[in-house]
Unconditional design. Structure first.
Length: 381
């Protein structure tokens, strides 16, 4: 996190001079920075800097203040806003407070600004750690066809089932995503629409972009067509993920296959990355090289073995020794079960052994006691 605690976006010269003088002369010596460009670049800068407070000259706000406040919250959810105006205007104060600004100040700022900042900075400290933030998990196939999409869909479904929380399943396999098809949630919108509209992304626009599969399980599919020219800006993509955290409790991403540019771009935003492989030599080779490339990710990276045959040529322990890492889960093979369910437009029947394993995997991810199964299963074998 940056050491700059306060960002100033002030056009009015007198106001700016007053604010800067008040900050320089205050006993707290709070580190601050001035931003002088337009609104869109202010939002981008806020997203990167995430200061604890924004001193905002109300005359610089290009839209309705309530909309502007939502945009600020998307880019920097914890940043407090101090609205500044040249004169004391009761109507404006009321509108600013209704829009959700934290403080409203007008000159003279010499005493009022340091006091307001002191209040804000102490409340920020007490809020740290308590803010609600959804968790982001991603499934990545070690090579094509290992089961990342199957796992993402079933785990998202199971997470909703078990936690009853707000789940989002997002297809970030932009070139050939199948999540929309498997979840029966076709849509004309994709994550790319959220990226393109980042500067006006708010709760209502977001609701228009996602599709509800069932209550509290929403889906945002991959685009219907994609070319390399559509490749999203990585920083903006990360900001969309940060926004998703404010709208959902769990965000499950299908990241496609191998360490592609999208998976790499969002890596920092993930709480957990599940690398899915089968026992096929080519898949294990891919798995090993990805594990090697992501050696610095520690516990964030977890390995899932999919389509594990009943009789393995190699024991789990031997495999873990070769990979230098333990397996998070090993899921059984049920090609026919999946084939039949997908052909009839459904996810896997919950009575099957593989579906029970999806349930166990979801409960392990959510930190819940294992979901009750009709028969006793373990995450291995
Ligand atoms: N545990 C399993 N047992 C049997 N078949 C499976 C299992 N998991 C996935 N499959 C099958 O493997 C195929 C590939 O699965 P899926 O599409 O989920 O993989 P993927 O890693 O997303 O592939 P892609 O690289 O094409 O995106 C599908 O036909 C799916 O039904
Ligand atoms: Mg896939």
């Amino acid at each position: 996190m940056s050491s700059v605690k306060v960002l100033l976006h002030i056009k009015d010269e007198n106001l700016r001079r007053e604010a800067v003088d008040a900050l320089r002369e205050s006993a707290q010596q709070v580190p601050f920075e001035q931003h002088e460009s337009d609104w869109t670049s202010l939002l981008e800068h806020l997203g990167k800097l995430k200061p604890e407070a924004l001193l905002l000259d109300l005359t610089t706000v290009p839209t309705d203040l309530a909309v502007a406040m939502r945009q600020i919250k998307i880019h920097a959810p914890r940043t407090k806003v101090v609205a500044l105006h040249a004169v004391e205007d009761p109507k404006m104060i009321l509108a600013a407070m209704r829009a959700g600004v934290n403080e409203f100040l007008h000159p003279p700022l010499e005493d009022s600004l340091p006091t307001a900042l002191e209040r804000i900075l102490s409340s920020v400290e007490s809020e740290i750690g308590t803010a609600s933030r959804g968790k982001v998990i991603g499934f990545l196939s070690a090579k094509g066809g290992c089961g990342a999409t199957t796992l993402a869909c079933h785990v998202a479904w199971e997470l909703q089932n078990q936690t009853r929380k707000r789940i989002l399943l997002a297809d970030l396999d932009l070139t050939s995503g199948l999540v929309g098809f498997l979840m029966k949630t076709p849509s004309s919108y994709s994550i790319l629409d959220a990226v393109k509209n980042l500067s006006r992304l708010d709760e209502s626009l977001w609701k228009a972009l996602i599709v509800e599969n069932r209550p509290n399980l929403s889906v945002i599919p991959a685009p219907a067509s994609y070319s390399r020219w559509d490749h999203p800006d990585e920083n903006q993509l990360k900001q969309v993920l940060q926004f998703m955290r404010t709208q959902h409790d769990w965000i499950v991403l299908d990241l496609g296959r191998s360490l592609n540019s999208i998976a790499t771009a969002v890596l920092e935003e993930l709480d957990q990355l599940f690398l899915v492989s089968t026992l096929e030599v080519v898949a294990l080779h891919g798995l090993k090289s990805i594990v090697h490339g992501l050696f610095d990710q520690g516990e964030k990276l977890q390995l899932v073995l999919n389509r594990t045959p009943k009789l393995m040529d190699i024991s789990t322990q031997e495999l873990e020794k070769i990979l230098g890492r333990s397996l998070y889960a090993a899921l059984p093979n049920d090609y026919m079960g999946l084939y039949q369910s997908y052909s009839s437009g459904n996810l896997l029947n919950s009575n099957t052994r593989l579906a029970q394993h999806f349930g166990l995997l979801a409960s392990k991810i959510a930190g819940l006691p294992p979901a009750k199964a009709k028969k006793k299963f373990s995450l291995f074998g």
